[in-house]
Design a protein around this ligand. Structure first.
Ligand SMILES: [Zn+2]
Length: 269
């Protein structure tokens, strides 16, 4: 599933390309056709994201809520328009570009009240300027649940997925099974600031890189990482390989159906 930086990257792109002008909205597949007809020709006010949710805001009465889920993708193109390929739920076309949305978990027409209800349930998003990390700390500091689980809980922190979870714990030397109550507030603050920086980098670069300059391939004289996710990471999907810092084999375990990766030496219990 895409992590928050991917949604913010698309939201910023949509805002840049479409906001402030009327757009053509359609649903070649038909499943969003009735809603699209209400939006077609309206001016898009803005596009924004909160965690893994993306919003196209036309007005308080008309906001498209999109959640990609596991299979959803945005196909971003320059004009001219081409015939739809596959099941295109929503097509948005502006003056220079167009976007096809295929296979989302959710694509629905909401009001600002619906958005407010969702946002009230979501934790602060490190990529939003209005994010309040205290809200996350209040939840974490009272919890007997592991940080591995808390970091993935969108009600605690919005936008963090499996890669950022593994990497942020590694970068701060925190064992994944440490409970929220056991975490030091100063370490939490450092982790939050680090997430803000790493995720903003992810929005700009379009991939997750978490390795510090001194551990980059050219500095260490090693091969760059080869992985469909791209980017240089310390532990994510590196199980069985030596840790870049201490040489210990990176460990893997399953937690709540998702793989968890960590270095048992750098992140002691
Ligand atoms: Zn290590």
């Amino acid at each position: 599933m895409p992590e928050g930086h991917t949604l913010h990257r698309h939201a910023r792109m949509h805002h840049r390309r479409y906001a402030g002008h009327p757009v053509a909205v359609s649903s070649p597949q038909g499943r969003f056709a009735a809603q699209a007809s209400l939006l077609d020709g309206r001016k898009l006010a803005r596009a924004e994201a909160h965690g893994k949710h993306l919003f196209h805001v036309y007005g308080p009465d008309a906001i498209v809520h999109i959640h990609l889920g596991l299979a959803g993708i945005f196909d971003e193109r320059k004009l001219p328009l081409l015939a739809p390929v596959g099941q295109v739920r929503m097509r948005v076309a502006g003056r220079t570009h167009w976007t096809d949305l295929r296979g989302p978990n959710a694509c629905e027409l909401w009001t600002s009240d619906d958005v407010a209800r969702l946002q009230a349930r979501l934790g602060p998003d490190p990529l939003r300027k209005d994010a309040d990390p205290e809200k996350a700390w209040t939840r974490i500091s009272k919890s007997r649940v592991s940080l591995a689980a808390l970091l993935m809980d969108q009600a605690v922190l919005a936008g963090v997925g499996n890669v950022y979870r593994a990497e942020i714990l590694f970068r701060h030397g925190v064992a994944p099974m440490t409970t929220g109550r056991e975490l030091d507030q100063i370490v939490f603050k450092e982790m939050w600031d680090d997430l803000v920086e790493l995720m903003n980098y992810g929005v700009k670069a379009g991939q997750i890189d978490t390795v510090r300059p001194e551990h980059m391939p050219e500095v260490m004289g090693r091969e760059p990482r080869k992985d469909a996710h791209g980017g240089e990471v310390y532990v994510y999907r590196r199980h069985g390989l030596p840790c870049y810092i201490c040489g210990t084999e990176v460990a893997k375990a399953e937690l709540a159906g998702r793989n968890l990766f960590w270095c048992p030496t750098c992140q002691p219990e």
